[in-house]
Design a binder for this molecule. Structure first.
Ligand code: TYM
Length: 335
């Protein structure tokens, strides 16, 4: 696409960590929207490898997860030719702008981040400084590209708010430069819960594999995991605060099919939990089948993948360099 046509469009940006298998939580909460936004926005998507190491990652495993996450983005239908798709660490301006922003972010603000509190409780042996300042790096990711809209799941809302605060503060102090981004959080699918404990979000770092469904799980595994999903002792498929397990499954069915919760309740009136769970498993497996087929092809050709992520990093660097140098100039550095 030519520069002028692209710049007339608003920009959507989002990243995903390569810190484990990508789940249907990631897919329904964020990735599905990444794909849809391509027709309307100039999109910038990346594999957030710098963020992943805030929790220790075994190096060999991390390397292969970065490849597979990048390949998965292509498999779900992200177009790296029309848009910009890259690996975060290939663009050094992220860490550079993050430092400038760190010096304009308060310790108290970071201490209030719920994800920091959760992750430091989960890994008390590794409460590192990167984990603490992670939202500043995320703000740099977003602000480097003057992003208008950031499609994410509900768990990233607080990080988005801090990115907006940091942008506003920088602009106030040094003069207008950074675009204040808007979050885009979908109505359905924004917070997919664990299949084993619906009080927690579905997370790829959960040790219990029955709690999540990976985008690349085989069909029979997907169906089995849904059959094992925790529900309540009632047998009525109805959305309710005191039925978190069944409500989560209704949410998943609704995010996959586009039907409203009311329509789902009607469709499954008089149907027992066993059959409903099987039906959810079926629609999820059907949704993922073409992605899995495409992934199997894409991951085979490492050379083609490399050409694409290198090209993505070049495109991203051109935009990021401009913002980073402008920010450095505003701060008073000699360029
Ligand atoms: P990450 O890698 O944890 O998740 C990627 C995306 O998936 C969404 N998500 C969910 N949505 C619904 N239900 C769930 N159970 C669920 N689990 C995850 C997340 O909200 C996210 O949108 N900090 C980010 C990565 C990041 C980023 C950025 C995002 C780094 N820089 C800049 C946006 C803009 C993260 O850890 O996402």
């Amino acid at each position: 696409m030519c520069e002028t046509a692209q710049s007339a469009k608003k920009r959507a940006l989002s990243f995903i960590q390569p810190s484990g298998l990508i789940t249907i939580g990631n897919y329904l909460g964020a990735l599905k929207n990444w794909v849809e936004m391509q027709s309307e926005f100039d999109c910038i998507y990346a594999v957030a490898d710098l963020h992943a190491i805030t929790v220790y990652q075994e190096p060999q495993k991390l390397r292969s997860q970065i490849y597979s996450t990048y390949a998965l983005l292509l498999a779900i239908g992200i177009d790296p030719e029309k848009h910009t798709v890259f690996i975060q660490s290939h663009v050094p301006y992220h860490t550079q702008l993050a430092w400038l922003l760190s010096c304009n972010t308060q310790f108290g603000e970071m201490s209030r981040m719920t994800q920091f509190k959760d992750k430091s409780a989960k890994h008390p042996e590794n409460v590192n400084v990167g984990l603490f300042s992670y939202p500043v790096l995320m703000a740099a990711d977003i602000l480097l590209y003057n992003s208008d809209l950031v499609p994410v799941g509900a768990d990233q809302k607080q990080h988005l708010e801090i990115a907006r605060d940091i942008a506003g503060r920088f602009n106030n102090r040094y003069g207008e430069l950074l675009t204040v981004p808007e979050p885009y959080i979908p109505e359905t699918g924004a917070s997919i819960k664990s299949l084993q404990d619906p009080s927690k979000k579905m997370s790829k770092s959960d040790d219990n594999p029955n709690s999540w469904v990976a985008v690349l799980d085989p069909r029979d595994v997907i169906i089995k995991k849904f059959k094992r999903a925790v529900t309540d002792s009632d047998s009525c498929v109805r959305l309710s605060d005191d039925k978190p397990g069944i409500s989560n499954l209704i949410g998943i069915y609704s995010a996959v099919t586009g039907k409203s919760a009311g329509e789902v309740e009607k469709e499954f009136e008089g149907v027992g939990y066993g059959d409903f769970k099987a039906a959810v498993g079926e629609v999820v497996a059907d949704m993922l089948a073409p992605v899995q087929k495409s992934y199997a092809e894409i991951i085979k050709d490492k050379a083609a993948l490399e050409a694409l992520y290198r090209q993505g990093a070049e495109k991203a660097s051109r935009i990021a360099a401009k913002t980073c140098y402008k920010a450095m100039k505003k701060v008073g550095f000699v360029l």
